[in-house]
Design a protein around this ligand. Sequence first.
Ligand code: FEO
Length: 614
Amino acid sequence: MYCVKKITDDLIWVGANDRRLAMFEGVYSVPYGVSYNSYLLLDEKTVLFDTVDKAVRHRFMENIAEVLGTRKLDYLVVQHMEPDHSAAIEELMVKHPEMKIVCNSKTLTFLKQFFNFDIDSRSMLVGENDTLPTGKHTLQFFMAPMVHWPEVMVVYDSVDKILFSADAFGSFGALNGAIFADEVDFGNDYMDETRRYYANIVGKYGTQVRTLLEKASALDIALICPLHGFVWRKNISDIVSKYELWSHYTPEEYGVMIAYASVYGNTENAAEILACRLRDNGIKTVMYDVSVTPSSEIVSAAFRWSHLVFASTTYNAGIFVTMDELLSDLVAHNLQNRTVAIIENGTWAATSGRLIREKLQKCSNLTILDNLVSIKSGIKAEQVTQISAMADALISTFPKRDSVSDIATVDVINPLSLCKLSYGLFVLTTKDGDKDNGCIINTVNQITSTPARIAIAVHKTNYSCELIEKTGQFNVSILDTSTPFCIFEQFGFGSGRQFDKFANCGYDTRTDNGIRYVPEHTNGVISAKVVESVDCETHTMFIAKVTQAFLLSQEPSVTYQYYFDHIKPVPQIPVERKQGFVCKICGYLYEGTAIPDDYVCPLCKHGAAVFEPT
Ligand code: FEO
């Protein structure tokens, strides 16, 4: 039975998924399957964009028959001749004798190499910038050689602003019912497979990918339809910005990828010690045993991380076989712009370090550190010292992160200066099972617009902090200037561990993630999913991807200053003044002659800096 998906009113996905394929192209494992995308345009002329792999040809032919109905097929545009997209061409030619094949001259050559039927009489050659009117739509052709074969071209529909992008912007992974990238949690669930696809399929051709990106930048693009993976209709810059990084061989993240080959565990031991030293210094690390993890995953990780460590035993007087394969793969994929360190092992003649270095010298612009760690069987104290020196050498190449204690002392920080920063006030809501919670925070900032990300800071003692660490999700209700003080009392005073912040509130409004939000005195609501958390000593900063956002009113947002000037009651100082310090936020009185620097208000959780003497 046919299974198709509508992309626009007259463009239908007629591709298919394969979840049984073990190795894509015979070399890349695809544990989550793969999709072969084909699109059928129903204009005055009917146009099919590419076919599919032979494994899913039957479903594909059913799909076309259903969508075409009684119409004939006028054009088959062949963007890419690799057989995972061209296997059904011959069958289509037989079934649709009127069909013309729209292709470039290189494609025609390849068609003749792959097939034996008469092609010249059925082909229509196009070149750079040529156009093909199909009725309402006009298709324009752009050559994209080596993305990923020399004949590849992409097609632009200027009416619906669709870029048919061939292999570019594709991904491993079957589609599982969705067709648009924004229907799934792409960043968490599909980005790794998209990177693995890029690195392994077109990673070698960064220059050619950049040429395609430059051509695409001149087009107004509303949809990207690749030959594998999801169609992009929202946040297109998410995937384009990744392609910018990858095609320039620019690391996505600072951190160390350690790949090791260890026969009896000693080289692994060295890798583990190194990873621990790095983590002790706050450096992100990932580790791969090259005998276990497929090379394509490690190549992909090498495209992601800024620093690479290769640790290998010596084997047959050379590099261990799986490490040798990995290094060959990295060289073949043109990896560049990384800092590299090497660990070797060899019981009687360690050569792997020198050989790894020689091999990697074929890559452009790698900085290979001199700090070789050389092991003769097991790790001795001397090697631990070498590993520590290697960790220090790696760390010294990371951007410097100043710690607070490095840059200033209390004497040179006037906390009132920091109070001059403008802040809003927000109700941060969370949920764990049936338990709802909310608290007041003043630190919510938008970091990026595409992808939309925000950062919030929450005191570590807050129950909300614990819930976010556990669930990775939260809502922010942006308070407006109509907010009465009782809202701050409701959410700001006391802990959700002891009582229900929503008791008797009279509403139960929730966003798509199931978390409550405050519908009153609130001008906007943001839902977000945590992508990273940063330990900031007293607080945890959560960097989160915005998953939903909507407006509730046009009232101005309340600022910290507005709260002080118009909302917060003047603290009731007893007639008999007690000596102490009053919290400027909530009025709590700390009794004593001096307030400790690390004091935290038990009611509103603000620090000693916001207390003033009575
Ligand atoms: Fe999906 Fe280069 O073929």
